[in-house]
Design a binder for this molecule. Structure first.
Ligand SMILES: CC(C)(COP(=O)(O)OP(=O)(O)OC[C@H]1O[C@@H](n2cnc3c(N)ncnc32)[C@H](O)[C@@H]1OP(=O)(O)O)[C@@H](O)C(=O)NCCC(=O)NCCS
Length: 171
């Protein structure tokens, strides 16, 4: 198995992997266009030349990054590929000197051994503005927020959301 940064020719394989788990809501769906635009966020694991796992690190800013789109091919589960992807994404977060990394999951047991602990979704407004407000499950979310490192003390929100660039988390 080899873990490496994704490149554009991996986009189709990543798209298929994510689609395998987005039909039932396990993962957020990603279009091929979105994957291509954000290909530099992705890490893949290859086995005998085939992409068998993927994951992405979305950077919000120096205060926060998010691990997302973690998927392992159904035939390749249980061989360590999932943890390999997350560890590579955490190394990238460290290289970027991000102070905290968050994620949203229904399987916290998978992430706890990698240093993630449970958190409140409300403490992560970047995520709420990026994804949650448009989600049909906004008020009945069944995902658990987890954080590794420092909880963010502020958030970067886009102009069209609030008309200001920077807010405190408590705002
Ligand atoms: C969850 C998933 C990424 C695990 O990938 P994997 O390659 O099978 O996991 P690994 O082999 O790296 O497992 C590492 C450890 O996590 C445990 N683990 C694996 N799947 C788990 C799960 N669903 N729940 C809890 N723990 C799990 C393993 O038992 C192993 O423990 P060990 O180190 O004590 O032996 C994979 O099953 C998958 O793609 N699932 C569907 C998509 C998904 O749920 N993504 C995560 C959404 S946040």
């Amino acid at each position: 198995m080899r873990t490496r940064n994704a490149i554009l020719p991996d986009a189709d394989a990543i798209h298929e992997l994510i689609a395998t788990y987005s039909g039932d809501g396990t993962l957020l769906p990603r279009t091929l266009a979105e994957i291509c635009e954000n290909i530099r966020d992705f890490t893949v694991v290859e086995d005998q030349g085939q992409v068998i796992a993927c994951g992405a690190l979305h950077l919000y800013g120096p205060h926060l990054a998010e691990v997302r789109s973690i998927a392992v091919h159904p035939d390749s589960k249980g061989k360590g590929a999932g943890h390999r992807v997350v560890k590579a994404l955490l190394q990238e977060a460290e290289r970027q000197q991000v102070s905290g990394v968050c994620l949203f999951t229904r399987i916290p047991e998978f992430f706890a051994p990698l240093g993630f602990t449970m958190a409140n979704r409300e403490d992560l407004p970047d995520k709420i503005y990026k994804d949650c407000l448009a989600c049909p499950k906004l008020h009945c979310c069944d995902e658990i927020a987890m954080v590794r490192g420092e909880l963010p003390k502020y958030a970067f929100l886009h102009q069209h959301h609030i008309g200001r660039g920077l807010v405190k988390s408590e705002a």
